[in-house]
Write a protein that binds this ligand. Sequence first.
Ligand SMILES: Cc1ncc(COP(=O)(O)O)c(C=O)c1O
Length: 416
Amino acid sequence: MKTGRDKKDNARSVARGSESAKDAPRRKPSMFPRALIDKFKKIPTPFYYYDTALLRKTLEAMRTASKKYDTEVHYALKANANVKILKIIRGYGFGADCVSGNEVRRAIECGFLPSLVVFAGVGKSDEEITHALKKNIGCFNCESTGEIKVINALANKLNKKATISIRINPNVNAHTHQYITTGLEENKFGINVWELPDVLHVIAQCRNINLTGLHFHIGSQVTDIAPFKSLCLKVNELQQWFESRHIYLTSINIGGGLGIDYYNPDKNAVPDFDGYLGVFMRFLNLRRGQTLHCEPGRALIAQCGTLVSRVLFVKNGRQANFIILDAGMTELIRPALYQSYHKIENLTGTKRNSIVSYDVTGPICESSDCFGKAIDLPVTERGDILIIRSAGAYGESMALDYNLRDRAKSFMSTEI
Ligand SMILES: Cc1ncc(COP(=O)(O)O)c(C=O)c1O
């Protein structure tokens, strides 16, 4: 499977086990056309720019692969819940993966079919569950026996039957950053395999619950095939366990997690969805009549998004040269939160042949407000436009108003 990195990069990523910025390759000239850069110069910064042609190309690639492998796709709203983006995504016939009542609300308002909405999350409130029941969503991905009991009681009040999948924690290491690993026993997500007898006992007493499937999600930014293969083998074992208890399931949901190439966003703009789903087709023993579901977030939306920013100041120190941007961790928190690498480019610097090493930082009062350390860029000056690439996923959706910052606007490529 190619997940968007070439093999060499892939091996490096796995060896690192994280998205560390170390060893980032030297920057090449930007692929952004001059006319677009001129438009960027006229817009107040910071802002998000989404290339809708690339988004559509990516969605089309996913649709083709999902049809080939007969897989139902539920876009994970948490990656980016921008209304304009959601309206484009729902046009491809995908469902939605939600983790809050407001995400369920937003998905349905943007035209996703309620029957294709799945609702995960370790802490669903009574209000959120009731709302989802009233909307007749497709499935609750349940993460504890306590939650199953509450859904049963609330469904009973509404005289409804809730369709559920059990989110199982498969104890599979996704070999990604520790903060985006979700499928290990030390993580709070899902139900442990050893708890399953108890879960079945509870479900047997819940008249308003209809168990139809199993749900998994091992982590995010997974760039290696091995964890997905391990997940398949775990699912195969679990299917046998359920069948030995005469429980026959109709849906297997493998969650999201497919990674993207943050180092080469132009070369690997569209992830290898065929290779990804092909792994599950090869290693998963699906039963007759069973549907495979997946919940990609990052892989669909990351590469089409760019955070566009202006240089406020350049400070030359003894230990480092600092670029202070008008965008900070409040707009894109991933580097501060996970030490993740994003490619940074200066679109307007005129001295392209004089390269200087900079720490690229934001204006926020936190030392972690840094997009990248020792980044080689052309000599940079106040007013230059700097862009942070591959920012479409977990960028705008994780924005904060810390320091009472204004929310950054966003523009589709069709709008400017
Ligand atoms: C249950 C679930 N499904 C899907 C996703 C989307 O993951 P990704 O953006 O890595 O595809 C997540 C992300 O955390 C998740 O928790």
